[in-house]
Write a protein of this length. Structure first.
Length: 242
């Protein structure tokens, strides 16, 4: 597991497209903040942080999902790992950890960058605003991780990159969650509370109220365990094409 994970981290660190992509995103955000700086007011730091972070699941999460999961499908590396005797459960666990690390590196850097840019343009964040911004970042980190874990079912079940990426994007834009909530609305009206967005909302609310989110985190852990178990089931049922 450690060797597999360290090798995958090394691969991502050498991925030049990641530096170009996130450098372009940072430059674009700086430009947008510069244009908006003339209209900054009370609450801009927090409100704009939420607007900024809303794009992290499809943008940052989408990039890392393709890099962590679907690059292996396109290069046949997933097939090679299985062929070399690497256990499928170990692969699933290593990929999940790798995706979480990669997403955390971006999502928890985003608040620091956001606050630094707004300070540069004369809108410094108070300690209370900084806490809210990081609580929001925590919510979106958990959402991205949950979406990656759920979309991984498509990765291992179909082993088709396009289908897996489409699944992730539909999750990131809450299309699948919205359809599920609408379909279950008549007989399970509270189902949205137990989807990734609803669970992470409860985590954030607890954090902001100064209470440890034990129950929401337990629900989140259950979500991850269920999706990981479904990934393992799909991977073991799917015949790997050598």
């Amino acid at each position: 597991m450690i060797r597999l994970l360290s090798g995958e981290i090394y691969r991502l660190l050498r991925k030049r497209s990641a530096y170009i992509f996130f450098g372009a995103v940072a430059a674009g955000y700086f430009f947008v903040a510069f244009i908006r700086s003339g209209g900054f007011g009370a609450g801009s730091v927090v409100n704009d942080a939420y607007n900024f972070f809303m794009f992290l699941p499809p943008v940052a999460g989408g990039f890392w999902f393709t890099a962590v999961y679907t690059d292996d499908l396109n290069s046949k590396n997933l097939t090679a790992l299985v062929g070399y005797g690497c256990g499928k459960t170990r692969i699933i666990a290593a990929k999940f950890i790798l995706a979480a690390i990669a997403n955390a590196a971006v999502v928890f850097t985003a608040p620091l960058y956001h606050i630094a840019v707004y300070t540069l343009f004369g809108q410094a964040a108070s300690p209370g605003e900084t806490a809210i911004v990081y609580a929001a970042a925590t919510k979106y980190f958990l959402m991205i991780t949950a979406y990656s874990s759920a979309a991984a079912i498509a990765v291992y079940g179909t082993q088709r990159a396009t289908f897996a990426v489409v699944t992730y994007i539909l999750l990131a834009f809450n299309v699948i969650g919205g359809l599920a909530a609408a379909a279950a609305g008549s007989f399970a009206p509270n189902v949205s509370k137990y989807l990734a967005s609803g669970i992470t909302d409860k985590v954030t609310a607890k954090i902001l109220s100064g209470v440890f989110p034990d129950r929401p985190l337990a629900e989140y852990a259950a979500y991850i365990i269920i999706t990981a178990a479904l990934s393992a089931f799909a991977f073991h049922k799917k015949e790997t094409e050598f």
